[in-house]
Design a protein around this ligand. Sequence first.
Ligand code: SAM
Length: 276
Amino acid sequence: MTGTLYVVATPIGNLEDMTYRAVKILQDVELIAAEDTRHSRKLLDHYGIVTPLISYHEHNESSRTPQLLEKMHSGQSLALISDAGTPCIADPGYRLVSQCQKKDIRVVAVPGPSALIAALSIAGLPTDGFRFVGFLPAKVHGRRKLFEQFSTLRQTIVCYEAPHRLLSCLKDLVEICGAERPVAIARELTKRHEELFSGNTAQALERFSAGAIKGEIVLLLGPAPDSRPQGSVKEALTQLRETTELSWKEIVKQVAGDFGISGSDVYKESLDLRKK
Ligand code: SAM
């Protein structure tokens, strides 16, 4: 019998956010693969878990993966944990999990905290669809390019950001996505100095310009406003024809731009109207 890989979520700040099942699984497995064994030992000591630990982090993922697969092939069950939250979410683990899938080793999720979901659940922004981008690029050019994509994205966007970069990030957001764009900033979730800021980008810039920014941060950007005109393309064409002196060519061009669709599509729609 091959063993199982349990992907176990651990607290993002408050030790009491450990699930009963997570404690039980970590006690029962033969080995726990942890990002930083010394860091995780504190959590395990808190719950009296004496299971041996082995390091598994971004720098040894490729050499460690075959060793862990071998152990599971020989029948041992393993747990994968990260320093905080859910493994594989902006954290190591993907390589091991995908190799397990390929080698028919069972992978079981033991769900629990994740900063992404915790922040989203209290941000007050639409959650029906959202885009998670992990850590924002550290370099200004890469970040600004990404923000250009965000400027028209009609979905909530969730990012992890380092505190020392938050201010310059907010300045870029105001410039590229506008001062009115809704934003939420969740800082130090589940910890003593937990804070949720909710407002627009200009207000966030003002609030966080006030002093040094510390702690762990999730930045959430609300969806871009829907700037498409109301009504159908035909209605827009008719309205421009009746209320302006523009030629059909100019009208087609303007409506295509307003609706963000191709000129040839608008041209086809205009043919019936032209006959009339
Ligand atoms: N796997 C983790 C998860 O599921 O949330 C994320 C790991 S990622 C390396 C660490 C980043 O998550 C931090 O830099 C911060 O952006 C965010 N984060 C983690 N804990 C947080 C907390 N308590 N409050 C706010 N953000 C947090």
